[in-house]
Design a protein around this ligand. Structure first.
Ligand code: SF4
Length: 445
């Protein structure tokens, strides 16, 4: 079997981009991508532990690799990502799944090539697996990791790693360490070379992009970084995720509004609409401040596509608290919302809080919330019909069909040839089905 790798990615965009780095490191070692796990010599699971359900699903998938390892003992099984970084998790994984060869933490992903070499050397001496976890909260940022990108015409670009916010329900600060900002020059150089390679959309990544530069002394914050990106020549689109309402500044909002290349599309997680719950979540803003920020965004960009994250069933959440959340959703009218049921994460503050909500109540609340949001999304989708929008063609999901997003982040499906992937086209919206928009290419002749 030729040297082939297969990466399974779980979780967020951060992990999607880190899997591109894992692929880049393996391709630099001479491996090429395999279509399935069965065809691969190196199988990497890039894991997530944001919710209990995510971890259980991943454990189930890891178990399935036992047969592949029995079939070919020379295979290398690597478990990486957030799941391994939780205290004691690496040892527990290694004990539960003895066929795992390498366990890599989030802070030392870049050690993969060295760990594969170490494993081969250990195997030659009939010695077992390699576990490489660094519990350093401020690990160095390795700018030399090769990247094999998979998201053309979009490219993911990290600007920060880690998080200092410690929302009481969140495991991220414990598995991704403290906030570290990349050098502004390194970010600008990366974007410049991506644009030169033909990428048309850049998505800046960070757990909290608005606090970019807060750990640096050169005074380059998120607003200044955006100004430097705005100065880059050519037509391209810029998006970013994820913003934190306590740090998103009016200055940043005004820069997005005045810069044609910057998409009028902001993902602003609110999590809850009740001040009591926001306080218990340690979100560091209240309902009034959040709604004030929404009003400010809409003052600068009335057409801005707003999305959010909302959690129901946080410990102690009363029916009244929940109705505050529903009321906020009705007032903001998001184009879409990612809704979650609170799930206790071992090691977080909220997991030990009293008044954990029964699952039946959580399920009832999430069902009601989704119904409210879906109705709003449907109404807003209807307002697109008959209008024409510029769309960046992102993919050809099936023969003769293309899809792409408007500047405000709405996904549009339309007929066309895959040769248009990576092009900007004008689309007249002809209709919608729930949140999916449909349209036709406008021939500008
Ligand atoms: S801002 Fe809060 S929810 Fe987001 S990653 Fe940081 S701790 Fe988690």
């Amino acid at each position: 079997m030729q040297n082939k790798y297969y990466i399974e990615t779980f979780g967020c965009q951060m992990n999607v981009h880190e899997s591109e780095k894992i692929a880049g490191m393996l391709e630099a070692l001479g491996y090429s991508p395999a279509a399935t796990r069965d065809d691969a010599n190196v199988i990497v699971f890039n894991t997530c532990c944001i919710r209990d359900t995510a971890e259980q699903k991943i454990s189930g998938n890891i178990g399935e690799l036992k047969a592949l390892k029995r079939e070919d003992k020379s295979r290398i099984v690597v478990i990486a990502g957030c799941m391994t970084q939780q205290k004691g998790a690496a040892e527990a994984l290694a004990a539960k799944f003895p066929f795992i060869d390498i366990v890599l933490g989030t802070a030392n992903l870049y050690e993969l090539p060295a760990k594969i070499a170490e494993l081969k050397e250990r195997r030659a001496r009939h010695r077992g697996k390699v576990v490489a976890i660094s519990y350093d909260d401020n690990p160095p940022i390795d700018e030399s990791v090769p990247v094999a990108r998979t998201s053309y015409p979009n490219a993911w670009v990290n600007i920060t790693y880690g998080c200092n916010n410690f929302c009481t329900y969140c495991i991220v600060p414990y598995v991704r360490g403290r906030e570290r900002s990349r050098e502004p020059e390194a970010i600008i150089d990366e974007i410049r070379s991506l644009l030169a390679e033909g990428y048309k959309e850049i998505t800046l990544l960070g757990q909290n992009v608005d606090s970019y530069g807060s750990d640096r002394s050169d005074g380059v914050g998120f607003a200044e970084l955006l100004r430097r990106i705005a100065a880059l020549p050519g037509k391209f689109r810029l998006r970013f995720m994820t913003s934190h309402p306590k740090d998103l500044s009016e200055e940043v909002v005004s820069i997005i509004a005045e810069t044609p290349n910057f998409c009028k599309n902001i993902h602003l997680p609110v999590q809850a609409g009740s001040d009591r719950i926001l306080k218990a979540m340690n979100r560091k803003y209240d309902r009034a401040a959040y709604l004030g920020l929404i009003d400010k965004i809409r003052k600068y960009m009335p057409e801005c596509g707003l999305t959010t994250d909302i959690m129901v069933g946080f410990p102690g959440e009363t029916e009244e608290d929940f109705l505050d959340t529903v009321d906020l959703v009705k007032r903001v009218r998001y184009q879409n919302a990612f809704t979650f049921v609170y799930s206790p994460r071992r090691g977080t503050v909220a997991a030990t809080m009293p008044d954990q909500i029964p699952y039946a109540v959580k399920r009832d609340r999430i069902t009601r919330l989704i119904a409210v949001q879906n109705a709003i999304t449907e109404e807003l989708s209807g307002e697109f019909t008959g209008k024409t929008y510029e769309v960046l063609v992102e993919d050809a999901p099936k023969p003769g069909m293309l899809c792409g997003r408007t500047d405000s982040g709405r996904l549009v499906n339309f007929a066309g040839d895959r040769s248009l992937v990576g092009q900007f086209v004008d689309i007249r919206i002809t209709g919608n089905k729930a949140s999916a928009l449909y349209g036709e290419i406008v021939d500008n002749g």
